[in-house]
Write a new protein. Sequence first.
Lengths: 165, 561
Amino acid sequence: MPMNPSTGARLRLLVGKVGLDGHDRGAKIIARALRDAGFEVIYTGLHQTPEMVVATALQEDVDAVSLSILSGAHNTLFPRVIELLKKAGVAVPVFGGGIIPEEDIPRLRKAGVKAVFTPGTSTQEVIDWVKTHIRPRNEATPSRSPRPQSAARRGTARGRKTPRR
Amino acid sequence: MKPNGTGVLTRRRTRREWEEESLNPVLKKSPERMQEFTTLSGVPVERLATPENLEGWDPGEKLSLPGEYPFTRGPHPTMYRGRLWTMRQFSGFGTARDTNRRYRYLLDHGQTGLSVAFDMPTLMGLDSDDPRSEGEVGREGVAIDTLADMETLFHEIPLSSVSTSMTINAPAAVLLAMYLAVARKQGVPWPQVRGTIQNDILKEYIAQKEWIFPPRPSLRIIVDMIAFCTRQVPLWNTVSISGYHIREAGSTAAQELAFTLADGIGYVQACVEAGQNVDDFAPRLSFFFNAHSDFFEEIAKFRAARRIWAKVMRERFRAKDPRSWMLRTHAQTAGCSLTAQQPHNNIVRVALQALSAVLGGTQSLHTNSMDETLGLPTEKAVTIALRTQQILAEESGVASTIDPLGGSYFVESLTDTLEKEALSLIASIDRMGGIVAAIEQGFPQREIAEASFRYQQQLEREEKIMVGVNRYREGTDARIDVLKIPATVEPTQIRHLKQVRKRRNPIAHRNALEELLRCAKAGENLMPAMVNAVEAYASVGEICTTLKAPFGEYREEKTYF
């Protein structure tokens, strides 16, 4: 199980869905696969703005942010999330995937996106990449250890709209 | 005794004898390719279907005849011999002016129906100048903010002679009101207006996720629209109950059937509870299913859908009019089956899927273009997709006889299996208190997420194959052209919207929105006030914001996995 060696806490990942489209099939599959691989995963839910994603990333104190984008707006949304994280003064790595044409990938990499996964990528490839590339971001943060593991954490924040697993 | 292929007389053997004497020795020598064969959805597939599969099966009850209850063989007595299915390709992009030009081109080339694709902000009830709309205006469909855009969209298109299909859900009432307002401006009486609006909000919570209000007030708007159309726009198809998106979100074929029909049951139930007579509105409900890649499973699905719906309408809702029992459907080939890898292969996938929809007896069909995983289709790709339908219709011979697979041991038993699985899911939903309660409990959403995760695992283990993705890969994929939406669309659309806001009568606009709010709060039918509001040039965003006050907003919360 991927652990933070000093605190024994698991890596914490945010799966974010930005934009107006409702294509959450991929985001949910990735979230579930990462969870099954032993990571702690928070899924933002649909129709998030970059500001909302960054606010959640900070609030949840995650080690990495992954974005799922299928609307074609990746060239504006990825850089904006990265820029907002920078503005907030936190160095959280950003990666992601979706329907992203090959020719856009160099530009996204240059903008600071750590990895871009395109259709056909297996969930194992993503898991392997996370295991090798994502490190606990800030081991000294006291709020991170120990992490609450109450029943509420496993379900929906308020349990109102989203299905519980 | 009968002669076999070599002319030698042999005794006719039972299936059991065949298994013992012929099959087992072969299996011992060379086992089959897989331990277990299943459909794409995981339904076990037998080696061979024989008359034993249909023991006790009564063709009179299960099949009947075309145009006769329970319509397994099709809703019409002549099917494609009388009239081919409607080839309805969905389109829309950029501004209303851009799309109007495309529609007039299509109509000039013999198309008789239009099918409008709206952009994401319109689908979500947002104006083009809303900050959340940035980057999305006109990208995946046409941008409509006010009646002025709708007037442009149908400029020089007589609404008396075209039928229009509008794919919109959460703000459907606003767009229908705009369409009716355009008809009124053109002098076309509403009883002559023909078309379909998707207007299926329940599947939005289940699968497509373009919502505005919570389920219960959303359902009330739909009940209002149905009551209004029954009285004033009698030729309008009020809801296109859609399984397409449910399947695209990763459901199985049986789940697609069950959740779609359960949504249908939800709408009928709500209208009946509101005091409407079932036979007044049910004939105007239509369906929309996915045509996915498992050829026989899809054919069986269409056939099972008609049989289940006929029984539900007749037995559960006591409908008397045969048109209320009849499931008429549109179909679209499965977008999620297309691959970005080796995109030309998609042409073949689409052809097979389209054939399954035709053999399943669809009333209209959209064939996807090979480049749709990469963006909106180019004209060339759309033409190939349309030609695919024309080849099926006019070259292949499949349209010459009705339900050619009727009576096939395999297809009939698969039809029965899908029917049984779907009915059992519908029964679970009934026990939860109906589809709205099931959605609120997240039942269909969870079932679909499970199924889509299961399929992803099967792909990764190569138990299911996608050519070019997990088998027969190539290093580099062929580059194909993709349609680019010019960057000028968004600022142009925002400028139009600002001009309309400046030009309209502010008092009429304010009064119309206040009247709409009053009707919403008082529980009066919303549609007359809605038409009044769009005629005062209130925008989609303004109307939806007004209604959020009494109805509330639906939001997906974050989830801890």
